[in-house]
Write a protein that binds this ligand. Structure first.
Ligand SMILES: C[S@@+](CC[C@H](N)C(=O)[O-])C[C@H]1O[C@@H](n2cnc3c(N)ncnc32)[C@H](O)[C@@H]1O
Length: 275
């Protein structure tokens, strides 16, 4: 979570701006939802997000559609909701967006990563999310106190197609949150880990590598993009990499030619890295 990193500067957030009063119309396409995110939400919600993250979420959305991957969307570590609002473009039908954060219990934010606020998050839901608010579930919790039985209960027994891990940034938090995420993830779903390889949050990288050496690990990384490491389930990993690589080559041929997108080996796994 690099607050003032020049490379990943705050995503066009303007202090004091609250977005427009009118909410998005129901049942809009992903393209329209992304347009709404970029024009109305990105500049109005405080947070830390790469300026091109929406392009990756768009490609992941296409892959989900093509492979018919469904399930809830979960974020551990919400702050004011910026990335979760972007992930909302992946939501379909009755899928939920589950926002897990210590929020107003900041004494449980032991490494001071971000500073969640229930009042601010709820005001964004009211002002920016409108009719889609009904699909949001707020869970004020320390993720270290969640176990898999309780998380399954919160999800109503349905799996998640997307889990964002951005709560506590210590080795213990990241390791524990990855174990929880893999247990609720849909086959072919994705997990995004924020601040991977960040010099200010070394616990994230260490937590990831500790997870990678566990015997029952069922995820592999497939993309490192603007501070986030993306993983998917082992059996679907090769297909995911191939589909994503094809989309990148189609959409960004010049950047592929100039090796901004590069196939790499990360923790021994086939991965795409963007720089
Ligand atoms: C880096 S911020 C999240 C940024 C957010 N994903 C965004 O898009 O802007 C980290 C968040 O994690 C929350 N947090 C810290 N430790 C936590 C824990 N143990 N359990 C749940 N949430 C935690 C903080 O309150 C803060 O809101």
């Amino acid at each position: 979570m690099p607050r003032f990193s020049p490379q990943f500067a705050r995503f066009r957030w303007t202090p004091g701006r609250t977005g427009r009063d009118t909410a998005p119309p129901p049942d809009i396409s992903r393209a329209a939802a992304l347009d709404y995110f970029n024009s109305q939400i990105a500049g109005a919600v405080e947070g830390w997000l790469g300026d091109r993250m929406w392009q990756v979420i768009d490609m992941i959305g296409e892959i989900f559609d093509e492979r018919q991957i469904d399930g809830h969307i979960v974020e551990f570590g919400v702050h004011h909701g910026l990335f979760l609002f972007l992930l909302t473009v992946l939501r379909r039908n009755d899928e939920k967006c589950v926002a897990v954060d210590v929020f107003d219990q900041q004494d449980l934010n032991i490494d001071k990563s971000g500073n969640g606020s229930l009042a601010i998050f709820k005001s964004h839901l009211d002002n920016l999310i409108g009719p889609y608010k009904q699909y949001f579930q707020i869970v004020q919790r320390d993720t270290l106190s969640l176990d898999i039985g309780e998380l399954n209960g919160l999800l109503g027994g349905r799996r998640a197609k997307c889990v964002s891990i951005d709560a506590g940034h210590t080795v213990h938090h990241v390791f524990s949150d990855l174990l929880l995420a893999q247990d609720v993830l849909q086959a072919g779903g994705i997990v995004a880990v924020d601040d991977f390889m960040s010099v200010h949050w070394p616990g994230v990288t260490e937590g990831f590598y500790r997870f990678m050496s566990t015997a029952n690990r069922r995820l592999k990384p497939f993309l490192y993009f603007q501070n986030k490491l993306f993983l998917t389930t082992i059996s679907e990993h090769a297909t995911f990499v191939e589909m994503l690589q094809a989309k990148i080559e189609e959409r960004y041929p010049d950047e592929v030619r100039y090796v901004r997108w590069k196939p790499v080996e990360l923790a021994g796994e086939r991965c795409i890295a963007f720089a």
